[in-house]
Design a protein. Sequence first.
Length: 189
Amino acid sequence: MLLNCRKAMSEEMRKKAGTLLSQHLIAFPLIAEANLPVFLYHPQGTEADVRPAILALLENGRTVGLPRVEGDDLVFLQIRSLENDLEEGAYHLMEPRRQCQKLPADEGVCIVPGLGFDRRGGRIGHGKGYYDRFLNAHPALVRIGAAFFCQTVETLPMDVSDAAMDWLATERGVYQIGKERKAYERDVR
């Protein structure tokens, strides 16, 4: 169901929603006002496209990291250009080149893709547990799930090893999730 809603969107709809989602991310105070590193992802297939946010952050001189699969783990490497710093890696994902600098993950904001998110912070990924292991090893990171609104549900099954999100970004805004969900919405139209 969650994957189908993404696939049912036209390419034009996904592009527009990805642009809106990116605008909400770069306007979000934890990203816009704090000089923290921002860990993002390069979209694959029909995932929410956060490349507009990556480009805006790079243009503003911010520290941007993208994930690279190393064995069973994710490491985030700093990129300075989407055009020059990426290569095809594990699972045919675009990843930073090996020579890019590894970023420490003791502080920052991590934008996390997924198949679905719930209002308690739950997330369903692609089943390999890379993000869960990374986030559980770096608890100080602020976690923002990134998805289309159609990928949100009331509840998802959670396991003790699943890493919960603090916020959820969609094309409609950025929302604090959990018991006291508070919406941060900014009209960027």
